[in-house]
Design a protein around this ligand. Structure first.
Ligand SMILES: NC(=O)c1ccc[n+]([C@@H]2O[C@H](COP(=O)([O-])OP(=O)(O)OC[C@H]3O[C@@H](n4cnc5c(N)ncnc54)[C@H](OP(=O)(O)O)[C@@H]3O)[C@@H](O)[C@H]2O)c1
Length: 249
């Protein structure tokens, strides 16, 4: 039987002790998810890697020497909610949930079909919310919930209106939930990620990425900043498009 591990050194709730913490990474096989999983694993976190493709999950788990994996589909809201309790059971408790899955679509809104908009809100907004809600009861000893929203949540972007709205909705939910979570000693981290070259744009649900996408931000720098934001219990990690800097606060 696994023994729950305290995640804060000396009871200090200002910093997260990543080594030994039990973390569910949902969307672990994505471009960002796998880099985040590797960084957390390198720091000694005990991970459950969750994704929709079993084969990619198993390959990643063997690469990172992680023994806990789980499949989920973000189209299945109930399955998303069940994932957190499954992770807590397997890991002997849960200290953090990191949500790194999502999808995008491009183009004039007149061309975006209702089914695409529904699909995007399901994956980018409703599925994360279902997981985050369920996590509240699993993070019994306090902890952290973190979700990758996007810079477009703060700076809604033409040609990506539905995507921007789906991310802004999740970001608003995280902000509104902060006080409720805080009462349970759960920190909330909103990661408003900049554009990066992960291939997400080429896997769009619909439309083609505009040619004038900004210069991609370096993924290593982003992942390092994300881990630091987790460690320091920051409330958000945000990108300033004018200075092209990531800042936490
Ligand atoms: N890359 C960027 O420029 C950028 C910028 C801002 C925000 N973000 C956000 O960062 C997150 C990760 O994106 P990424 O760049 O790593 O893109 P990615 O490489 O395409 O990864 C997307 C992840 O979402 C998963 N996913 C998609 N639909 C799913 C479903 N129905 N059920 C379960 N998982 C599903 C994918 O699973 P598979 O591995 O099975 O395909 C993959 O793991 C997304 O929320 C994205 O919006 C990215």
């Amino acid at each position: 039987m696994s023994v729950p591990i305290r995640r804060f050194a000396d009871g200090n709730t200002d910093r997260m002790e990543i080594e030994g913490s039990r973390v569910l990474v949902a969307g672990a096989t994505g471009g960002l998810g796998r880099r985040i999983s590797r960084a957390l694993s390198d720091e000694g976190a005990r991970l459950m890697l969750a994704g929709r493709d079993e084969e990619s999950l198993e390959a990643l788990a063997s690469e990172l020497d992680v023994s806990h994996t789980a499949t989920f589909d973000a189209m299945d809201t109930e399955g998303c909610a069940a994932l957190t309790s499954h992770a807590a059971r397997e890991l002997g408790g849960l200290d953090a949930l990191v949500i790194a899955f999502g999808t995008v679509a491009f183009g004039p809104e007149a061309d975006v079909e209702d089914s695409v908009a529904e699909h995007m809100f399901q994956i980018n907004t409703l599925a994360p919310i279902a997981m985050l809600r369920a996590a509240e009861s699993e993070l019994e000893q306090g902890g952290t919930v973190a979700a990758i929203t996007a810079v477009t949540a703060e700076y809604p972007t033409a040609g990506m209106a539905t995507y921007s709205a789906s991310k802004a909705a999740l970001s608003a939910w995280l902000q509104a939930m902060r006080a409720e979570y805080r009462r349970k000693h759960v920190h909330v981290l909103d990661i408003r990620a900049p554009h990066m070259d992960t291939g997400l744009a080429h896997r769009a649900l619909a439309g083609t990425a505009p040619r004038n996408l900004p210069e991609p931000f370096p993924i290593d720098e982003f992942v390092q900043a994300l881990v630091e934001a987790l460690r320091s219990q920051a409330e958000h990690l945000a990108f300033d498009p004018r200075t092209r800097r990531l800042g936490k606060g």
